[in-house]
Design a protein around this ligand. Structure first.
Ligand SMILES: [Zn+2]
Ligand SMILES: [Zn+2]
Length: 260
């Protein structure tokens, strides 16, 4: 069976590590991973201001060329050993669909290897990054209400599950329940998100799910995204899950997969 790590970052990620991309490929080869998909955070759309303090959520537009070139070089160099593919982790940001589609149109090949994720939600007070930190989520919850934040995330991921970019839509939906990242520390009394509807919509759209193992490394969560009951329902709906480490350093490539 083919082992895939379909969600891997690179030194072009400003909040990641500086290790060269080749080190990720070497790690994959060492761990017996056949397919390694680089999915760097695509540049945020023009006009969207990154709400996190360091404004370091995504790669710079001028780095896209060198990133794609290095993917291609590694793909050639490791042919027959590791199947290296080039994609992006693209943000679904409500109201910026046109700009996002333009990016996908410029990179149609990479679009096929990409993941569509939601990290940013629009709240009455402005944009908010849901997975930045537990402290920020607590602060924002006092201001906007945690249920409101959950609902905004649920609405956005539902739209992303509806394949908003048609033919060029990334085929994989990223860490669908990322909003749960700090759940052990802060959680609403009742989860207001209709997860079944999201799963059904993703299934009807023909998307795969990012079976994201980064959650196992998060102290306030400790599970995969999606979590177990969602995996069960996803399988019943015929959804395919694609393993991903969300590695931001080479040693995290394939991490946690062996327990599956
Ligand atoms: Zn990242
Ligand atoms: Zn992500």
């Amino acid at each position: 069976m083919n082992t895939i790590d379909g969600h891997v970052h690179s030194p072009f990620c400003p909040h990641g590590t500086d290790a060269p991309m080749e080190d990720y490929v070497k790690a994959a080869e060492r761990k017996g991973i056949d397919v390694l998909v680089f999915t760097e955070h695509a540049p945020l759309p023009a006009g969207f201001s990154d709400p996190v303090p360091g404004q370091d959520s995504a790669m710079r537009p001028e780095d896209v060329g060198p990133y794609v070139a290095e993917c291609a070089r590694l793909r050639e160099q490791y042919a027959g050993r590791v199947d290296v593919r080039c994609g992006f982790e693209v943000d679904y940001i409500e109201g910026f669909e046109k700009e996002t589609l333009e990016f996908l149109q410029q990179h149609p090949e990479a679009a096929r290897n990409s993941i569509l994720s939601v990290h940013f939600v629009r709240l009455p007070g402005g944009w908010f990054c849901v997975d930045y930190s537990a402290d920020e989520l607590e602060r924002k919850a006092e201001e906007a209400g945690l249920e409101t934040i959950y609902r905004a995330y649920g609405d956005a991921i539902l739209k992303a599950a509806g394949r908003p970019f048609g033919e060029l839509n990334p085929p994989v939906l990223g860490h669908i329940n990322l909003i749960h990242k700090f759940r052990e520390r802060i959680a609403p009394k009742e989860d207001p998100v209709d997860w079944m509807n999201i799963l059904k919509t993703a299934s009807a759209s023909g998307l795969r799910l990012d079976f994201n193992h980064a959650g196992l490394r998060k102290p306030d969560y400790g599970k995969t995204y999606p979590e177990e009951w969602m995996i069960g329902e996803a399988r019943k709906l015929g959804l395919t899950l694609q393993t991903g480490s969300d590695a931001h350093s080479p040693e995290d490539v394939g991490r946690g997969f062996e327990k599956e």
